[in-house]
Each structure stands twice: as structure tokens, then as C-alpha cells.
Design a protein around this ligand. Sequence first.
Ligand code: PLP
Length: 405
Amino acid sequence: MTTTSMTVLEEVQARELRHVLQTYRRNPINLVRGQGVRLFDSDGKEYFDLLSGIGVASLGHAHPGVAKAIAEQAQTLVHTSNLFFHPLQGQVAERLASLSGMPRTFFCNSGAEAVEACLKFARRYWYTKGEPRAEFVALEESFHGRTFGALSVTSDEHYRTPFEPLLADVKFVAVNDPAALRAAVSKKTAAIIVEPVQGEGGVRPLTPAFAAAITEACAKTGALLIADEVQGGLGRTGVPFHFQTLGLKPHVVSLGKALGAGVPIGAALISEEVAQTISYGDHGSTYGGNLLACRAALTFLTELVEGGVMDNVKRVGKVFEQRLNALKQKHPALVKEVRGLGLIWGLDLTKDAAGIVPAGIANGVIVNRTAETVVRLLPPLNITEAEANEALNRLDAALAAVGAA
Ligand SMILES: Cc1ncc(COP(=O)(O)O)c(C=O)c1O
């Protein structure tokens, strides 16, 4: 039931309130259109999108190449299931192999599913070897998704407690604490799971010393390494994967978000050593890697490498670094620390970051709060320098408004 006196936003809100499960506290804007880094709401107001749908709209909104590719694919063949061959899965897997050095891919539909696949493949590896290992070592401040396995290796009590018991054999260690990691990993550890740059936990890149401790612990105990690159991977740090910058050698890698440039797709990359222990029927997905999703992923990967998107991340990433550090200087009472690299950044505030989101919206820029005090930025990977500057001017205004409040 709606009345003519309601705005479009109010109608949308009222319908959702009646029929959509209330798991999200949405911001009160009704987004209807996008163009590159810009989003528009149903009142025609423009926003600079520094979040890109939490890192998913990796080439911005309504990207002409993505739009053309998925329209063509939709008119040709969208889905066949994994009971048959189609031409595109192998092509995406081949490209991912050349970017990562991981020879094989398992396709699914989201980041959490990719993490689930990695956890299962790690258990399967030890089972096949005839020495089953149950235990996982994960990090504090980690986020790996909301399904039971992924949630079991996610540290935040707020997400975990209502759903316990989760997987029993998970040990959490402090981020960037080599001694804690060494103490936790043993010959019972099936795998260590880490985000090379922690995202939801407040944008925390792992340190080289911690990465070295991970490599050492894996070598000493045989534990596998799962790198969760769902948020920080696929060009976001200016290279294909941040594990490469850290010199890590993961056995399995989870991917999602940016890969489909907006079309849902997840993937687990698998080393040959682990792949050899997996058999037909061990894991599967009805939708995983269908033609539509793979066509979007191929378009994204082509842009990433041949379209110069990774070079753009390096170049515009420097603009973010300089401008964000300048914002810290300008708002010293509000901005405590600037963390990140490439196009993943966090501004750690001296207070809860919740107020920045509406202040951003009022000033025409979309950002997100994570880990309570952190303003997180995950702009499209092809954002230009001029767009970055305009968006950061707007963020500056939002910080000023919150600082003054
Ligand atoms: C590092 C990481 N892993 C896994 C996930 C879960 O991905 P999804 O929400 O697509 O299931 C996320 C989502 O934010 C993530 O940041």
C-alpha cells in the first residue's frame, strides 16, 4: 500500500520493510543509475562512489565493455550447469593461472563460497594423504564471510556468537605477531588462512615479517596456506594479488568481488599439489562459472591487464596516499591513522566512523564504516586522478562536518 504523498524513497523503504528480511541497516538513498565512478539516486542527486559496492563494481558502473559483453552473452547462452563444457571457464582459469601462478581454478558464486571451497580443499588434501588434519589457524580482525565454514575462521564475536557452535578447531592469532603465529601452528594445522590485506577488519596490510613467519610455519609443519584475496586481490593493490608482494606462496586462494565487475562470481585458485588430492564429486556448484559470469570475468581480466587498469591503480593510488595523509594533517583531532595501498584505504578515526557515512552522502560521496572507527575506501580500479581529487574534496567536506559536530 502506498499513498501519493510518499516520495519514491519512502515507497521503496515501506515495501522493503514489509517484505525484505531486515538484515541490513541501509543508508536512506535509493540508487537507480550509475556512470563510471558516479551513482545517481531517484531524486537525480549525484554521488562519487568511493566504495564501488564493497569492491565489486571494479570497473565502475555501466562500463561500456562489460555492458556489451554481458548483453551479448545474455542473447547467446547464460547457463548450462557444470554437467557440460562451455568455452569460457577454461579461458578465465587460464588467465587467472597466468596472473597468479596457480594452475587450476574452481568456480563458485561469491567470496564466502570461495573460502568454503578453500577450507574443504585443505581438509581434503590431508584426508587424501591419509593423515587427516582438522585444525585451522586464522587471524584476529579477520573477515572471510558468513557461511558456517567462513564464519568459523572469522574472528568478530558479533558475527559469530548467535550461530555457535561453529567449526571447533580454529585458533585465532593476533595480526602481525610472528611469535603468536609460530606458537599456534603445529603438525595438527590443516591450513593457515589469512587476508594479505585485511579489509573488513579495518584495512590492515600484513607486514613482511609476519609473512615470513607464515612461510616458515608452513615449511616447518606442512600446514597449507589459504590466501583470501576476495577484497584485496585482483589488482586492487596495483599488482594481481597482494600475496605476491608479500612473497607468500599460498596453496589455495579465494577470489570474489572484483572478478565479475558486478556480476556475481567467486573462484578458488588451487596449486597442483592440492589439486592432485581432489577427486570428481568432492565439491560442486550449480551456477559456478556459468557463461554470463565468466564472460564478465573475462572482460574484467582483459581490462585489468591489457586495458592498463593495474597501472591506473598504481598511479591513482599515489594520489589517494598523498591526499589522505594531507586529510590526516588537516583533521588531526579526527583522523588518527591512514592505512592501505593501491586503491584500498582506511582512515582510522579517533571516534566511531558511523557519522562519516551520512556526512559523505550529504556531500555527494559514498564511503563505508568498518571496524567501528575506520572509514574504508574501495573505489573502482579505473577511477581517474581528477575523479579521485573531486571525490576526496567531498570526503574532506564530510570530515570537516563531522569534526565540527
Ligand atoms: C576477505 C573477504 N573474504 C570473504 C568475503 C565474503 O565475500 P561474500 O560477501 O562475497 O560472500 C569478504 C566480503 O567482504 C571478504 O572481504
